[in-house]
Design a protein around this ligand. Structure first.
Ligand code: GLC
Length: 455
């Protein structure tokens, strides 16, 4: 007992730190409880599927940036709309794949920086219905399909900036139409247009999430970020909003670069491509392997975040086969390891486990180990104060042999837990092991015990 009390403070501090619920709302004045409530589904979702679909898929050029960076002339870029057919678009097939992948939300580009709207906007002139060969609203059928599924949340990507509009200041990286200071009325017109489009999306689809992008060109006041959020929440009070709205959002969105340390914001999401492009590009065959992507996924889980994994359908609406294969492998892996995905929070500091990644059950008494590749016979965990009740392979339930070494009676340093991992229990991608503890996890975080003659 005395032994326990001696280092229980360090253990307790560690528990507090890992549970560190930065449960405070980033929105000024909002009470922490309603923020927490609104974010609940998002925190548990873990996996989302991002979809970049637009006219850029016709020639396979980079979405909007290709004309902004003057690699493709604007008219040539927009000309793709005439060949954008959506002729094999099957939203049911999309949503089946998304749902099976284990994703709990999906975010579709309603409008990228090029101003091309997938829904039938009344506020703007450029849309799939009015301007493309498809000649119809492509957004609503997707939403209808998502709404048929009980367990899938709807996110709408919307670019605040619109390089196609005459009342938007920037046209390309070198062409500036006007200066807001000199023509405030022109800017007001653009703001009205943005508000009108957002109103359409919000009232027609009541999304669970708005995924803003392109906020970097103006500051919060110029966009009127507070006003935009107020407008959306007035009829859709629980809508979650990402951070790309000049600091006014609910969660942060690191892009492509996997965080090295756990992001400071309580909720966060890594948006990530399967190859090197967001939208479909014919020449980009540099796909990451399912193993690499699943590792990134568990890395996010181990730091308490979500992965928003992108697909880029072709102009006809079909999903490239490499992307289908990746989604199917996600389906297999998430289906098998459900219990170690959705009801989890960030894991323990890396020094305790070098065999892969870790997460904790939300109750804190199950430690999950995610082990990529083949371990060398056994894996080990250092500094675990708790008694271990059971160790098993998640997915099969097969119990594993485990034992403590250096469990020294006179030392406050806990013994090292060794778990035998025979080859026959390994998953093809990432093996998950559950360690049932006797209560919420307690960790020894000291430097080891120094023995001196006076001890
Ligand atoms: C970027 C880009 C964009 C892409 C997005 C996805 O900010 O502007 O092309 O849609 O991130 O995160």
């Amino acid at each position: 007992m005395a032994k326990f009390r001696k280092f229980s403070l360090a253990a307790l501090l560690c528990c507090l730190a890992s549970a560190a619920a930065f449960a405070q709302s980033p929105l000024t004045g909002e009470d922490a409880d309603s923020y927490k409530q609104r974010m609940e589904w998002f925190g548990k979702a873990k996996l989302g599927i991002f979809i970049h679909w637009g006219i850029y898929a016709v020639d396979g050029v980079s979405e909007s940036w290709s004309f902004y960076n003057e690699r493709v002339p604007y008219d040539k870029y927009m000309d793709q709309a005439k060949r954008f057919t959506a002729s094999n678009y099957d939203p049911k097939e999309w949503v089946d794949l998304i749902e099976q992948s284990g994703a709990k939300y999906t975010v579709l580009t309603s409008k990228h920086h090029d101003g091309f709207a997938l829904w039938n906007t009344k506020a703007g002139k450029i849309s799939a219905k009015k301007s493309s060969k498809a000649g119809r609203d492509l957004f609503t059928p997707f939403v209808d399909e998502v709404r048929k599924r009980g367990d899938l949340h709807l996110g709408i990507y919307y670019s605040l900036l619109d390089w196609s509009r005459d009342d938007y200041p920037n046209a390309t990286r070198t062409k500036v139409r006007y200066n807001i200071k000199d023509e405030p009325a022109r800017w007001e017109k653009f703001k009205k247009f943005n508000a009108a489009q957002l109103e359409e999306l919000n009232s027609q689809y009541k999304p669970d999430l708005f995924w803003f992008d392109g906020d970097w060109e103006q500051d919060a006041e110029t966009w009127d970020c507070k006003g935009i959020i107020r407008q959306l929440r007035s009829t859709n009070p629980n809508v979650v909003i990402n951070s790309r709205i000049q600091g006014y959002g609910d969660y942060s969105t690191p892009e492509l670069g996997v965080p090295v340390v756990r992001p400071a914001s309580r909720y966060w999401e890594l948006c990530y491509t399967m190859n090197d492009s967001w939208g479909y590009q014919h020449q980009d065959t540099l796909f990451k392997t399912p193993q690499t992507l699943l590792r990134t996924f568990v890395e996010c889980i181990s730091m308490g975040g979500n992965l928003l994994l992108d697909i880029g359908p072709k102009e006809d609406g079909s999903i490239p086969e490499e992307e289908v294969a990746i989604l199917k492998e996600f389906a297999r892996w998430t289906g098998k390891h459900k219990e170690a995905i959705y009801e989890t929070r960030a894991g323990i500091p890396e020094n305790h486990f070098h065999g892969g990644y870790t997460a904790l059950s939300t109750t804190g008494d199950v430690l999950y180990l995610y082990i990529p590749g083949k371990p060398n016979e056994s894996v080990d965990i250092k500094g675990l104060v708790n008694k271990v009740k059971k160790v098993w392979v998640v997915g099969s339930g097969c119990e594993l042999e485990h034992y403590l070494i250096n469990d020294i009676s006179w030392s406050e340093v806990p013994g090292i837990l060794y778990i035998n991992v025979p080859e026959k229990v390994l998953d093809e991608q990432i093996t998950v092991i559950g360690v049932q503890l006797d209560g919420p996890i307690r960790l020894y975080r000291g430097e080891g015990q120094v023995i001196s003659v006076n001890d």
